[in-house]
Design a protein around this ligand. Structure first.
Ligand SMILES: [Zn+2]
Ligand SMILES: [Zn+2]
Ligand SMILES: [Zn+2]
Length: 381
């Protein structure tokens, strides 16, 4: 069998990450006004764009400042005045009537429990948490993945977020996922707290966005793998998830006994096949978003003068599911080139490596398994 090398990288970002106001100024994902011309800005998650918007005096709605013909009409998210400073837009849907029309955006609508915002000490951490969560949700939508708010009993298979601050005398809030509900301990927004835990757990990397990508991975395992025919391939690659979860975690915290780098992306991924999936899923989202950002700003990893590991289809042998191997390998090869250069840039500044991970062949196959689950959702073009 002949091996086909991956084609050159010409990547259309699934989530654009560079934006411009109609006045020409660069604007950013979190901005709600242009610093150059003063126009209001809002993020339309379905277009994946930060738009300059203009108010309509009669209706109280907004529309894009430079839109032709049938432009969408928007409301600003009702959390735009909250400490989270949400800048997302809600598409106006007059057919729903005033009682049904959503007031919160596609990201804020997923919040089930939020911290007590009467306490001013919660404002800054909440703003950080929400910025990370909006980044997550924008990527999920960009990839075309299902993102619906969870019904109260969870029967619709939707997603919800609880963000909780630990209270004195109460059990510690555990970051995790259960039946469509992702819980985050608000303390994770505190850099000193998070760094202390990272060091004590010997982790190379710990961020709010990483937490969200990991936890939402558990949710998508339930949706994309659990009842899917790919479950057999999953077990062949990641192991049998029916093994006792509690016992597996307990064993993990007693110490990892083998060289996990040969088969897992992080040491935590060895604890249980579910955690392996969630770590690999999070890693895949890191790769996609970072490459989308690089390409959005005009970087072409193909043109970098760097010797980085390059893969052809041989690496996927025994990797189970088919699923767009060429697209995956093209992305992967661009990724190794990009991170090769980014690590050198970090070293030039005396910083820790930007990308402190190694990709073994087994990890590459696991990433391809994730890619094969996500690819069918991606929008065409
Ligand atoms: Zn402007
Ligand atoms: Zn919002
Ligand atoms: Zn987990």
């Amino acid at each position: 069998m002949s091996l086909s090398p991956a084609p050159a990288f010409s990547h259309h970002p699934s989530t654009a990450r560079a934006y411009r106001c109609v006045c020409g100024a660069q604007v950013f994902f979190r901005n709600s006004a242009c610093l150059q011309c003063g126009r209001a800005l809002g993020f339309d998650p379905w277009l994946g764009q930060v738009l300059a918007i203009e108010p309509e005096t009669e209706t109280g709605l907004w529309h894009a400042a430079e839109a032709g013909g049938e432009s969408r009409r928007y409301r600003r998210c009702d959390q735009s005045d909250s400490p989270s400073l949400c800048n997302w837009l809600v598409v106006d849907r007059p057919e729903l009537g005033p009682a049904q029309a959503p007031c919160s955006c596609a990201a804020c609508r997923l919040n089930r429990t939020i911290p007590d915002l009467r306490l001013s000490q919660n404002h800054e951490p909440w703003r950080k948490v929400e910025l990370a969560r909006r980044r997550l949700v924008s990527q999920l939508i960009g990839l075309g993945l299902p993102v619906e708010p969870r019904s109260p009993d969870g029967g619709n298979g939707g997603l919800a977020f609880d963000t909780l601050a630990s209270m004195q005398g109460q059990p510690l809030v555990m970051t995790g996922h259960l039946m469509g509900v992702v819980t985050l301990n608000l303390a994770e927004a505190d850099d000193a707290y998070r760094e202390r835990i990272r060091t004590s757990m010997n982790e190379p990397y710990r961020t709010l966005l990483g937490h969200y990508r990991h936890e939402v991975g558990h949710y998508y395992w339930d949706r994309l793998v659990r009842f899917d025919q790919s479950l057999w391939d999953f077990r062949a690659l990641f192991g049998d998830e029916r093994q006792d979860y509690g016992a597996a975690l307990q064993r993990h915290y007693q110490g990892v006994q083998f060289d996990w780098r040969q088969s897992h992306i992080t040491s935590y991924a060895c604890s249980h096949p579910w955690e392996d999936w969630a770590e690999t899923w999070a890693h895949y989202l890191h790769m996609r978003d970072t490459l989308d950002t690089a390409v959005s700003f005009g970087l072409s990893p193909d043109r970098f003068d760097v010797d980085a590991a390059q893969y052809d289809t041989a690496v996927l042998q025994g990797g189970g599911a088919p699923g767009d191997p060429e697209g995956f390998l093209t992305m992967l090869n661009a990724w190794t080139r990009l991170t090769g250069v980014l690590n050198e840039l970090s070293r030039s500044m005396g910083l820790q490596d930007f990308y402190p991970f190694e990709l073994s062949q087994t990890v590459v196959r696991k990433l391809h398994f994730v890619h094969a689950r996500v690819a069918p959702f991606e929008r065409q073009g």
